[in-house]
Design a protein around this ligand. Structure first.
Ligand code: MYA
Length: 402
């Protein structure tokens, strides 16, 4: 099962909105466009060419820039997503991003409050729509650019199919452009124009009994519950000598390891030390990271990380939530990658995680089978706004979005 994506829509759909946006058109992504042909799709503009006023909203709605440092507003965002964000195809699970996670995701170094955009109903002020952006320096093939990373696009279930999403997207585009930024990255379960790569989800059961009880996975033919539990059993302790939780003072070495490693991929973000402290340093219940410190030299040779994104189980009598962790950035220079991630699985289990998910990007394909990850049933598509470049295979994607 794929918890995090919606099924691919027909690629033949007529895109009234996306057809007019500066993105690679459908079919074109298969073209053998060379890296040298990469570049913006729209002609270059200046921030002052972009309108200064917010776009018009349909009657009855108002814009509301959200302050995620304000607990009450953060709770409104949480509630909107809790009830209306991404579900699987069968509407059995819905992402349940926690409040601390959302605040972390939206306040990296240099974040822009103006890019946390809400729509409220004018009459009762209820938050009914959201789209967010954060600034990130992104590397695509041989180019490095300041971009926006767009996430948490959501329209209340009662207001679907009223073309509110295009207004949200155009408004975030306007606000990003006003800051002289003209490109963006985003991912979605749906296939739309602008797609530069697609990845598949894989799942590694840690608590198979619960996953089966909630219908996330199923007992295979002629395989009993006890055999399944045995198959996915993990040791109580990690095995790599020098394996320990990451500390803030590790950030310089992690930054160096990550920067070198990511050079091998075609779509990545630039991490400086402040970014590593924000994105990789452990925050309980949000993100966990572990390093391997060479017992003699004290050098950090490897690190692994995962973030916590539970899903609500919809309409189940016993279980309310699946505790999922998502493999994030792992860099191995000495320990074999599969051994490193095996230790990460053990740590996840100790933290009460039911399932570890990963995409087949970075070097993840090298451990997927060995560590008993199974393929999910959907894809996650990667997009670039206003940038044309060759399509990339999943193992050249080096960007993990939340
Ligand atoms: S991906 C997560 C998206 N959220 C969900 O899946 C949550 C549950 N679903 C909803 O809340 C709604 O169904 C949403 C659509 C809000 C998704 N990305 O208003 P509509 C197009 C982009 O009538 P609704 C994430 O957060 C659709 O093809 N476009 O539809 C990244 C159609 O256009 P066209 C999408 O169902 C977001 C139009 O919207 C998506 O009421 C990146 C229909 O609008 C989607 N996931 O609302 C956003 N789904 O007719 C792009 C549908 O042309 C950022 N649509 O086919 C672009 C860069 C901007 C910054 C640029 C800066 C330079």
């Amino acid at each position: 099962r794929n918890l995090s994506t919606m099924a691919d829509k027909s690629s033949k759909a007529e895109h009234k909105f996306w057809g007019l946006q500066p993105v690679i058109k459908e079919g074109e992504e298969a073209l053998p466009l060379s890296v040298a042909d990469s570049g913006p799709i729209h002609e270059l503009k200046k921030p002052e060419d972009i309108r200064a006023e917010p776009l018009g909203l349909p009657q009855g709605f108002v814009w509301s820039t959200m302050d995620v440092n304000d607990d009450a507003q953060m709770k409104e965002i949480y509630d909107l997503l809790y009830g209306n964000y991404v579900e699987d195809d069968d509407a059995m699970f819905r992402f349940n991003y926690s409040i601390p996670f959302l605040r972390w995701a939206l306040t990296p170094p240099g974040y822009v409050q103006d890019w946390h955009i809400g729509v409220r109903s004018a009459s009762n002020k209820l938050l009914v729509g959201l789209i967010t952006g954060i600034p990130v320096t992104t590397n695509v093939y041989d180019k490095s650019m300041k971009m926006a990373e767009i996430n948490f696009l959501c329209v209340h279930k009662k207001l679907r199919a009223k073309r509110l999403a295009p207004v949200l997207i155009r408004e975030v585009t306007r606000r990003v452009n006003r800051m002289d930024i003209w490109q963006a990255t985003y991912t979605a379960g749906v296939k739309l124009p602008g797609n530069v790569g697609e990845c598949r989800y894989y799942h590694r059961s840690i608590n198979p009994q619960k996953l089966i009880e909630v219908g996330f996975s199923h007992l295979r033919n002629r395989v009993t519950m006890s055999m399944t539990k045995k198959l996915y059993a993990l040791p109580d302790k990690t095995s790599t000598p020098g394996f320990r939780k990451m500390r803030e003072e590790d950030a310089p070495q992690i930054t160096a390891l990550l920067t070198t490693y990511l050079k091998g991929f075609d779509l990545t973000v630039h991490f400086d030390e402040a970014d590593v402290k924000h994105w990789i340093c452990p925050h309980d219940g949000i993100v966990d990271a572990f390093v391997v410190e060479d017992p003699t030299t004290k050098q950090i040779t490897d690190f692994c990380s995962f973030y916590h994104l539970p899903s609500t189980v919809l309409g189940h009598a016993v279980h309310k939530e699946v505790r999922a962790a998502y493999s994030y950035y792992n860099v191995a220079t000495k320990t074999p990658l599969d051994e490193l991630v095996h230790d990460a699985l053990i740590c996840a289990k100790q933290l009460g995680v039911d399932v570890m998910n990963c995409l087949d990007l970075l070097d993840n394909k090298s451990f997927i089978d060995k560590l008993k990850f199974g393929a999910g049933d959907g894809n996650l598509h990667y997009y670039l706004y206003n940038w044309k470049c060759p399509h990339m295979p999943s193992n050249k994607v080096g960007l993990v979005l939340l």
